[in-house]
Design a protein around this ligand. Structure first.
Ligand SMILES: [Zn+2]
Length: 155
């Protein structure tokens, strides 16, 4: 803990030689003693931070997909369900934008970072699953609207 508290500005990255997590304040790796180029270390720690934030944002997208399910169910509550329905519509529209932003930031916009880094792969899988949930919710919502419309126009 003392090394973390003592060097608040040090950022972590994986050693290019052994892959262990070290930080930018070290001139050489604490595990394999490999020399660390400070410029390269800064780039690597930024890359590490980018990957970590891509991973976190993918988790947020999954949370948004779960919120879609919760709002869809809540929209059936007799009183106040329309508020949930309104939120559901907004989130259904916003979801693809969130996914597009993620891909532009953490896939197409990556500079020198491997797109197939394990964490990014896992993040992509999570986003795929979230997108399937979104697709199902979008379809159900649309089907419900059509059903209501047909019922009203026939009566
Ligand atoms: Zn090392």
């Amino acid at each position: 803990m003392s090394s973390i508290l003592g060097q608040p500005d040090a950022q972590v990255f994986a050693c290019p030689k052994c892959g262990e997590m070290i930080n930018t304040s070290m001139a050489q790796c604490a595990y394999c003693n490999a020399h660390v180029d400070p410029q390269w270390a800064t780039w690597a720690s930024n890359a590490q931070a980018t990957i970590a934030s891509g991973f976190n944002h993918a988790n947020n997208i999954m949370l948004a997909a779960r919120a879609l399910i919760a709002l869809f169910l809540a929209s059936f509550i007799p009183c106040g369900g329309f508020v949930a329905g309104f939120g559901l519509n907004l989130l259904l529209l916003a979801f693809p934008i969130l996914v597009l932003i993620w891909f532009s930031k953490y896939q197409w916009g990556l500079q020198g970072i491997d797109k197939n880094h394990d964490d990014l792969k896992q993040a992509r899988r999570r986003i795929m699953r979230a997108s399937i949930i979104w697709g199902v919710m979008f379809f159900l919502r649309l089907a419900l609207w059509v059903a209501v419309f047909v019922t009203f126009s026939l009566s």
